[in-house]
Ligand binder design. Structure first.
Ligand code: FMN
Length: 292
């Protein structure tokens, strides 16, 4: 299992320590763990150009410097772990800035296929209150990204520093982290998206199929096969020999020489036209002669 931890602060205090405790316990020897720290790993705010939404994520001015790497790590992860302290009742500005960059991945636009079989655990700490709204800032995006299973844990640590957190609170955290661990499925293929995710998917599918949406998004849904029978959480069946043969033939007919053949059916053929070594041209010349 690939685990990606996204830390909404550079501090390695309460929030980090709790999320890290979870990651360490859930990790098996064959698993990999990557950690991102915000704002270091993504210090830019969304500029609002909207190019990611209206055209392509690669058009974002932050794509090549920051997002390409982060997006790869997110897509490769089976388990996303978000850790945020509560700042004025919400997640930190840097987490919000990161999530803003992924607006194009909301189901209303172009969700990433692998999301539907990912799990996410979001941690929030606060001195006293606001964890719920801080967590919602993150889960709103995760739900609309299509993340299959989302778990949250908010805790009031009554302190600004982990070293000063009361032992009774630490003990409670310890057992809650153990409980959270039991929720995690280690094989991606065994993750089934929640009912909420599937209902949202079908509502969005209905809207895309009725073309109420932006064309580039509907084209994407079409291309993914989701407006037909394919579903992002169901692995594609291996192709039968006939299907593979049919696809090969279709690709053959789509090749540039085939187009040339189509457009040259009515072309004038010089008297002395002769077949060349190229099989495609050979067929073309013979056919042209027949047409004449
Ligand atoms: C700018 C700022 C705003 C905060 N806002 C809140 C808040 O709205 N509610 C709250 O209970 N604690 C608030 N806190 C306290 C932190 O959320 C709390 O101490 C948290 O556990 C810090 O996490 P950390 O130790 O991982 O940095 C705030 C702290 C800072 C620095």
């Amino acid at each position: 299992m690939n685990i990606l931890m996204i830390n909404g602060t550079m501090r390695k205090s309460s929030t980090y320590r709790i999320a890290k405790m979870f990651v360490e316990r859930v990790t098996l020897s064959k698993d990999t763990v990557n950690e991102l720290f915000l704002p270091k790993d993504m210090p830019e705010f969304c500029r609002g150009c909207g190019l990611c939404i209206t055209r392509d994520a690669k058009k974002c001015p932050d794509y090549f410097i920051y997002l390409r790497r982060i997006t790869r790590l997110i897509d490769e992860a089976d388990l996303l772990v978000f850790a945020t302290p509560t700042y004025v009742y919400h997640t930190t500005g840097q987490v919000k800035a990161l999530l803003d960059h992924y607006g194009y991945r909301w189901m209303v636009h172009r969700p990433e296929r692998s999301m539907f079989q990912k799990q996410a655990v979001c941690f929030a700490t606060a001195a006293g209150g606001g964890m719920k709204s801080a967590l919602k800032d993150i889960t709103d995006s995760l739900k609309w990204w299509g993340v299959g299973r989302i778990y949250t844990y908010g805790v009031a640590v009554r302190s600004m520093d982990w070293d000063e957190v009361d032992k009774s609170i630490k003990d409670k955290i310890d057992s809650n982290v153990d409980w959270l661990m039991t929720k995690i499925v280690h094989e991606r293929e065994h993750v089934t998206p929640s009912l909420y995710t599937r209902v949202l998917f079908y509502v969005m599918r209905y809207m895309h199929s009725r073309t109420f949406m932006q064309q580039v998004d509907t084209d994407y849904w079409q291309e993914m096969g989701w407006l037909g029978e394919k579903r992002p959480w169901i692995a594609e069946k291996p192709k039968t020999e006939e299907q593979a043969e049919a696809e090969k033939n279709e690709a053959f007919l789509k090749r540039p020489e085939a187009e040339l053949f189509e457009s040259s059916k009515t072309a004038e053929v010089p008297e002395n036209a002769e077949a060349t070594e190229d099989a495609g041209t050979d067929t073309m010349v013979r056919n042209m002669k027949r047409n004449k």
